[in-house]
Design a protein around this ligand. Sequence first.
Ligand code: ZN
Length: 302
Amino acid sequence: MEIRYKEFFEHGQDFLDMVSAELNISPARMYFNTDRSLNACARRINDYFLVEINAGAIPGLIGIIQDLPYKFNRPGLSKYRSMPGMQGAPWLYMVQFLLRYFLYHETGHLVTYSDKTEFNKVEFANGSELVNAPTGHLREMDADWFSAVHLGKYIMNLFNAIGGIAKVGKDDLADVIALMMSTAMLYYIDRNNFGPDLYFAAHSHPHPNVRVTYFLYFLISVMCDEVLGGVDETAITNKMYTLTGQLISAERIDTLTKFNRIRTVHSHEIVAYIKKMMKNIQEVPELCVNRFGGQWEYPLIN
Ligand SMILES: [Zn+2]
């Protein structure tokens, strides 16, 4: 376990060292605290920009996909055990993906709040519910978008390191993208396990079903626009759904069923809410997308 903390810490600090000057969040540091719950926060103290991740994040994320290792021995899934660009077992790669999702999301918040001399943005703080929901949701979507862009780059870096499209082929990259999308889906399903069925303008974060809808859209758009031109996005999405059904843990099957039912019954309202948020981005000029407007635009959902 210790080695995973070390690996992730080194990656996180390298990432911040690389981007902090350009993003105006310098000096930036990443560290683990000793809290055992699954959470993270972005803060600025004494002029340092800090990404603080709970020590409980790693076992928490491993727990979400805890019974995956044996599933990759099954027919149809065994190919993921040796996917190009993946280092180590697929379930470890999935945990790394989710930790990076946390890191990049919190970095997005650092950018958004960078004009403030001091702040402390805890993701799931007690008492943060129902506070300033509409603007808060925009900030969360912006941080998720920032995260999706950097996760896309992360996947591409791994892929390019072994020769890229010319060497590996689009089909294998599409498989990797489907697995990463499925990882995000498993995470959001888990977050919805004890939560309300669906809501829109309420609570500190958008509902997991809303978040997964725009997050997967951002991720697949980043990947497909840049690399997979001509590849059928619907086919990758369908593959993601199949994988999620195969990989879900036994105790989350009911949550998956509920999650999918909400997505089916309320898809129009979910997309309408996301479109409304996208329209309102000018209300919060400090969002990442506004600071880097023209360079990083939100993809539009049809
Ligand atoms: Zn957040």
